[in-house]
Design a protein around this ligand. Structure first.
Ligand SMILES: N[C@@H](CCC(=O)N[C@@H](CS)C(=O)NCC(=O)O)C(=O)O
Length: 222
């Protein structure tokens, strides 16, 4: 019997959410340990399990992994979501890095002071509309295929859907000028493992609220 991967992070999206998405899309069940107190976080540090003293941390295949992008690329390779050759893999990396940048801006916005938050969220929607979504719309238009790379479902598709849904939480009409992305969203959301992850009660986490921000600030003491 193989043991389930174990994820260690706060009880929220942050840098762990894309890892949850990738595992769920691959149809892999996982366990989660939520860090709720400073003592718990300090114990992880003392035990020497966090290479650079940071989370996300994932225990999988007898390894203790940290660094979000390293974890994601390991999972993408392991679950055959990483292209058929180096040229497809580098494109998947490029697209995934782009959506990760967009999503990190959104995740960090929650921690901005209230007076800067609104302006920051407006800027994120603007960047999504003018920088990221036009690029993905063009990719889909140029090759006319259902998926971003190699006409096969990959990590890049999973993360683009995650990013679209995240920006739609800020502006529900954000896809109005992107018909191919709208169709992409419907198509990818309908993949059975993803459909399941989008149902209430799945390990998917809600957008960060003020309570979550307070808890994380308390634990990390910033
Ligand atoms: N490059 C790392 C950054 C990890 C990171 O900054 N994690 C935050 C929580 S989201 C953390 O542990 N901060 C505590 C610290 O840096 O001391 C990654 O992508 O995993």
């Amino acid at each position: 019997m193989t043991t389930k991967p174990k994820l260690c992070y706060f009880r929220g999206r942050g840098r762990m959410e894309s890892i949850r998405w990738l595992l769920a899309a691959a149809g892999v069940e996982f366990e989660e340990e939520f860090i709720e107190t400073t003592e718990q976080y300090e114990k992880l540090q003392k035990d020497g399990r966090l290479l650079f003293g940071q989370v996300p941390m994932v225990e999988i295949d007898g390894m203790v992994l940290t660094q979000t992008r390293a974890i994601l690329s390991y999972l993408a390779a392991k679950y055959d979501l990483y292209g058929k050759d180096l040229k497809e893999t580098v494109r998947i990396n490029m697209y995934a890095d782009g959506t990760l940048d967009l999503m990190m801006m959104t995740a960090l916005a929650a921690f901005k002071p209230p007076e800067e938050k609104e302006e920051n969220l407006t800027l994120i929607v603007k960047k999504a509309k003018t920088r990221y979504f036009p690029a993905f719309e063009k990719i889909l238009n140029d090759h006319g295929e259902d998926f971003l790379v190699g006409n096969k479902f990959s990590w890049a598709d999973i993360q683009l859907l995650e990013a679209i849904l995240m920006v739609e939480e800020l502006d529900a009409s954000v896809l109005s000028d992107f018909p191919l992305l709208k169709a992409f969203k419907a198509r990818i959301s309908n993949i059975p493992t993803i459909k399941k992850f989008l149902q209430p009660g799945s390990p998917r986490k809600p957008p960060p609220d003020s309570h979550y921000v307070e808890v994380v600030r308390g634990i990390l003491q910033f």
